[in-house]
Ligand binder design. Structure first.
Ligand code: BG6
Length: 477
């Protein structure tokens, strides 16, 4: 089989709050990630009212990349990365989110980081907002329920676009913007800073926040292109294809509905307009959302250049007997297990073919370049007697996914910009706050209790991925 296109962006992905640490240094403000405690597979993370002394907040130190970035970037270069996806912590730049002037120390940190990356010819790929908006904006303004967020976000985006216009070319606006469609409290909080109140309609709050974020994203795209016409600015979506549980047309329609409900954000960001079904749905539900004609013009003029997306698992859905006629039950997903697939230790279905399906689905529907900016296996790793981590299970996962990516590119003709496996250096899980849910090719000695000397070492998957990158994907053995 032939190789990937020249210039293919092989890389690795992380997010500021999950690996930087340094949560309160050099003027950084408190972010929403800083008030989330550690959980596990069976225990949800607690969202506390401010930072409460004595609680275990895993993102506070994370893996302390803030103080290790030079040695870490050197290791990234050894791995052969062509690009490195991270996010800018909004609270390093605007600690509270509503200041007039940015925090110079925060800006300087990313200047230094981008310089360090360029020293090794590693291209930064930057997400503006990855689950870590300023906590002050949540407390003071109610998060993305409030239209004022648009101005705060656009200001933040403008400052960093201008500052790094010669250091960063690839951008994404909001990480997994559609991760809140499931309406779980955690998803709404991390995406939009919304803790649903007892008297609040969670679905309405999600649509309103999603609309303001879409407007902010579209404005950022326009402003970014004015600052540097070479910028490539993408959206970022969580992709989990939803399959029908059976050939029963009810299940098929239900699965189609679930996909529509999950990807309306993509319609807005890529096509510049709301899908018709959703306009009808808004009318029927009488949400009375704040969506102005001017907003719709902004959305139209601010479509993205590419689609960045994460892919971990697929889902299966069944229409139950009480399914309403409109097949819209966003809060009750009726998900069932896929009997044909194995699951990870955290119950995520492992489905390499689903990635090829996803690539084709996006490609056909939006006709834009695609960028797989997250993929990987969260697993327990064991340091063996020889002091090494033999993570053949991770290699197997990545190999099978890359094989499907190759088919999508070479057989299906999908236009793919790059592939950045998630958490290629161990970091704090967003879902559970654990360190022991590891995705990395680089091991970091730290555990769920927060102890460990933070020493970095190479797992077997490090050498495997290094070879894959060196051969531009032709040697996957
Ligand atoms: C995506 C997020 O949802 O999945 C990442 O963009 C996250 O921030 C990743 O870490 C994996 O999820 P988890 O819960 O295993 O960390």
């Amino acid at each position: 089989m032939t190789k990937f296109p020249d210039g293919f962006l092989w890389g690795g992905a992380v997010a500021a709050h999950q690996f930087e640490g340094g949560w309160d240094v050099d003027g950084k403000g408190i972010s929403i990630a800083d008030v989330m405690t550690v959980g596990d597979n069976n225990t949800a993370r607690e969202i506390t009212d401010g930072v409460i002394p004595g609680k275990n907040y895993p993102n506070h130190e994370a893996i302390d990349f803030y103080d290790h970035y030079k040695e870490d970037v050197k290791m990234f270069a050894d791995l052969g990365l062509k690009c490195f996806r991270t996010s800018i912590a909004w609270t390093r730049i605007f600690p509270n989110g509503d200041e007039i002037e940015p925090n110079e120390a925060g800006l300087k940190f990313y200047d230094d980081l981008f310089d360090e990356l360029h020293k090794y010819n590693i291209e930064p790929v930057i997400t503006l907002s990855h689950f870590e908006m300023p906590y002050h904006l949540v407390k003071e303004y109610g998060g993305w329920r409030n239209r004022k967020m648009i101005d705060f976000f656009v200001k933040f985006a403008t400052v960093v676009f201008k500052r790094y216009q010669n250091k960063v070319k690839y951008w994404m606006t909001f990480n997994e913007i559609n991760n809140q469609t499931g309406l779980n409290e955690w998803g709404l909080f991390t995406n939009s800073g919304i803790l649903v109140q007892p008297d609040e309609d969670a679905e309405k709050a999600m649509y309103q926040a999603g609309h303001y974020e879409s407007v902010a994203s579209a404005l950022a795209v326009q402003i970014g292109h004015e600052i540097n016409s070479n910028f490539e600015i993408g959206c970022m979506l969580a992709m989990g294809p939803v399959y029908p549980a059976s050939p029963d047309p009810k299940d098929v329609l239900k699965a189609q509905r679930a996909m529509q409900a999950n990807y309306w954000f993509a319609d807005v960001q890529c096509k510049g307009k709301y899908p018709n079904w959703l306009k009808k749905y808004f009318e029927r539900k009488q949400f009375d959302l704040d969506i102005t004609l001017e907003d719709l013009d902004v959305i139209k003029a601010g479509v993205v250049d590419y689609i960045g997306f994460s892919y971990y698992a697929s889902h299966v859905i069944r229409a139950d007997k009480s399914e309403p006629e409109d097949y819209m039950t966003p809060t009750k997903n009726h998900e069932v297990k896929n009997p044909t697939l194995k699951r990870s230790d955290w119950g995520w279905e492992v489905d390499p073919l689903g990635l090829r399906y996803a690539l084709n689905w996006f490609s056909e529907r939006y006709d834009l370049p695609l960028f797989i900016v997250e993929n990987g296996l969260g697993a327990f790793d064991k340091v063996e007697a020889d002091g090494k981590i033999h993570d053949d299970y991770r290699i197997d996962y990545l190999r099978k996914h890359i094989e499907q990516i190759k088919l999508a590119v070479e057989v299906d003709g999908v236009d793919l910009m790059g592939y950045t496996p998630w958490g290629f250096i161990d970091l704090v899980s967003a879902g559970t706050g654990q360190m022991d849910k590891r995705y990395g090719m680089i091991y970091v000695n730290k555990n769920d209790e927060g102890t460990g000397d933070l020493k970095r070492s190479k797992k077997d998957s490090f050498n495997w991925l290094k070879k894959v990158i060196e051969t531009n994907g032709s040697d996957l053995n």
